[in-house]
Structure formats: C-alpha cells, structure tokens
Design a protein around this ligand. Structure first.
Ligand SMILES: NC(=O)c1ccc[n+]([C@@H]2O[C@H](COP(=O)([O-])OP(=O)(O)OC[C@H]3O[C@@H](n4cnc5c(N)ncnc54)[C@H](OP(=O)(O)O)[C@@H]3O)[C@@H](O)[C@H]2O)c1
Length: 341
C-alpha cells in the first residue's frame, strides 16, 4: 500500500452523499484497493457543520492527517494541500462549483448529474481542458467490479448470445408535497425530479449493457420518452433507447411514486437472461445468469462498504498518470448521458 498513489481530497458540502463518499474512502481496505485516500479538507456553508461532519465520519477512522475545516467552499479550492475536490452539493450548483474549482487549478470529481443540462456540462469541460485539470462525473456504479464483470460476461464472453433488450427501473417512494421547502427532491430550482436524480442510473444500466463502447465512438441510440409531472417535478420518467445498428432496445424508467425493487434490471439475449439484484440500482449487490434450459449461475461480489472507494481509486490512478479524463466515465460519456436526459 506504501507505493499506492495518495489523493488528498477536499470535500465540498457535508450532506448525505459527502458522508457516504468519505465513510467509504477512509476505510483501510477493500477488494482491489489500488490507492490511498486522505480527507485533507472539508468545506461547508457552516464551520459548525464541518466540525460535526469531521468528528462523526472522519475521526472514527483515526486518520494520520486531521482535515482542515473551512466555513466556505472557496477556501477548499484555494488550499494548496488539496489534490482533488469532491463536489457533493445539489445538482443546480454543480456547474458553478466546478468552474470555481477549475479556476483555482483544482482537479474535480463532481456528483451526478454532472450539470443541469448538456450546455452547462460542455462549458465546464471546456474550462477544465483549458486549465489542464482532471474532471469526472462521479458515476460510481460504473466502477463496481460487478459492473465490470457484467460487461465482460455480456460483451466479451457473450454468454447471453445476441443481446436484445435491457430493462431497468429505479423507484424511490417520496411524499413530495410533505417534504420541507428547499429540499432538493422538491425544489425545481435545485434540480428536483426523478430523471436527473435516479433515472440517470436506469440509463446507465441501459447504455452499459446494450453496448460495449462508452463516450466517443459509442453509438447514440434513438430516444423516445415520456414524463409525468406533479408538484412541478417529474415523478415518473421513461426513456426508451433504440440502437439502429442492431435493433437493441433499452427500457429505462424512474419514479418517485414507488419504492425500489430488488430485481431492478433484466438483460435479455438469445441464450438466456441476466437479472441484476440489489437494494437500489446505484449500488448493485449481485447478478444471476439464467441460461435457456440450463442451471442458473450466481455472481457474488465482496463489498465492505457502499462502494465509493472504487471510483476514488480510479481517480487516483488518473491523477498519478497525469490524465485529464477517466476512461470508464470520459467527458464524452457524460455529455452523451446529459444529451439523452
Ligand atoms: N452517487 C449517489 O448515489 C448519490 C446519492 C445521493 C445524492 N447524490 C448526488 O449528490 C448531490 C447531493 O445530494 P445529497 O443527497 O447529498 O443532498 P443533501 O443531503 O441535501 O446535501 C447537499 C449539501 O449541499 C450543500 N448545499 C449548498 N447549498 C445548498 C442548498 N441551497 N440546498 C441544499 N444544500 C445545499 C449543503 O452542505 P453544507 O451546508 O455543508 O455546505 C448540503 O448539506 C446531488 O447532486 C445528488 O444527485 C448522489
């Protein structure tokens, strides 16, 4: 572990996702570990929140470095000891925070959705390119060993034969009118709605299972869609993908009206089908291959946490190699997803 690269992270905001990310990367070990992670600094709208966050989520791991705490975000960007910032604010702030961090010369990992629309994403990538810094959308699920294995089973081993269709649904049951004003699930100004929040994962399973290519060079499927709007946000979205080159179809749905289902994705092919299981499509647990007329085969994966350490490791290797993009989640793939949404 001594010769692993180390990333000194600057955590922007102390909400739920920052908690999940930090709790994972301060762990000492995980399968396939290839980097070390230090929570170098934490920035929040309030210094008090920052202190509580550090005490609760960083201190128990007994890190050798105590994070520097800031009552603002800009101080994180300006901290010379921070290698990479992790942006965990609601969607509508992503663009400006990425631009501010880039302006200060920082590498950036920004939560999904990367921006509110493709135009904003293009602006951020143009700024990163000009400044020569690394930036990536934190689509952590793509870095799971489960996802990598599934892609190998589908696209290299071709165990399903010809792939026909993928279904994926992400549901969360939310009583939107009863949420407090200002909740990111309720306020359209913060990017509320099922598509950008969870439909992005259904789309991820569609795109990764129906084609072996990502980003530039990947076929852009034909898209048709419908949404149900209530309380000014989309409470149900369906995105249908159609690959003109081979007729494959994706049925990618999301809703905030119904809870998630354990068997959230199904991929169908000429030799059988695969079902992906897990509490939610963002963090899958295992998958089962059901061959036509054969015995089912279960693929299990060890996961001593939620699974954010794998994307963090990938970033560390990119920074060590001086890359500006990650090959699993390149800029063109973020733009492709944003375009579809
Ligand atoms: N990868 C995943 O599975 C996953 C899961 C959940 C969320 N996310 C993404 O992460 C982002 C944050 O989601 P979250 O669930 O962590 O949200 P959250 O719990 O509401 O936290 C967001 C944090 O952003 C800061 N913030 C700054 N201005 C704000 C404002 N006007 N309203 C609310 N918060 C504001 C606050 O931190 P301070 O006060 O400390 O500055 C707040 O705690 C979203 O873009 C979401 O899509 C990803």
């Amino acid at each position: 572990m001594a010769d692993f690269p180390t990333v000194r992270w600057g955590i922007v905001a102390t909400g739920m996702i920052s908690e999940w990310f930090v709790t994972d990367v301060v762990k000492s070990d995980w399968p396939g570990k290839s980097a070390n992670h230090v929570i170098q600094a934490i920035g929040s709208s309030s210094l008090e929140k920052c202190q509580k966050f550090a005490e609760k989520f960083v201190a128990p791991a007994k890190p050798s470095v105590q994070p520097t705490l800031y009552g603002s975000y800009q101080e994180i960007y300006d901290d010379p000891n921070v290698d990479c910032v992790y942006i965990g604010t609601p969607h509508s702030f992503h663009k400006q925070m990425c631009l501010d961090a880039i302006e200060a010369g920082k590498n950036v990992v920004c939560e999904k959705p990367f921006a509110m629309n493709v135009k904003q994403a293009e602006e951020v990538f143009a700024a990163a390119e000009k400044k020569g810094v690394f930036i990536m959308e934190a689509l952590w699920t793509r870095f799971y060993p489960l996802m990598k294995t599934l892609q190998k089973v589908l696209h290299e081993e071709k165990r399903l034969g010809t792939i026909y269709r993928t279904f994926c649904d992400f549901g969360l049951e939310m009583d939107i009118p009863c949420l407090p004003d200002g909740s990111r699930y309720k306020d359209p100004a913060l990017g509320a709605g099922s598509l950008l929040d969870i439909g992005i994962y259904s789309l991820t399973w569609g795109l990764t299972t129906l084609s072996d290519k990502v980003g530039e060079g990947a076929e852009d499927p034909e898209v048709s869609s419908t949404q149900t709007i209530a309380y000014e946000v989309d409470v149900a979205s369906q995105v249908l993908l159609h690959y003109r080159s081979n007729g494959r179809q994706g049925i990618c749905t999301s809703t905030t009206n119904c809870p998630p289902k354990d068997d959230f994705a199904r991929i169908e092919g000429s030799k059988g089908h695969i079902i992906v299981y897990g509490k939610e499509p963002s963090h899958p647990d295992h998958f089962v291959f059901y061959p036509k007329g054969g015995k089912e085969e279960r693929y299990d994966f060890d996961k001593p946490g939620r699974g954010f350490f794998w994307e963090a490791d990938a970033v560390a290797l990119d920074l060590q190699a001086g890359r500006q993009q990650n090959e699993t989640m390149p800029w063109a793939e973020t733009l492709r997803m944003m375009n579809i949404m």
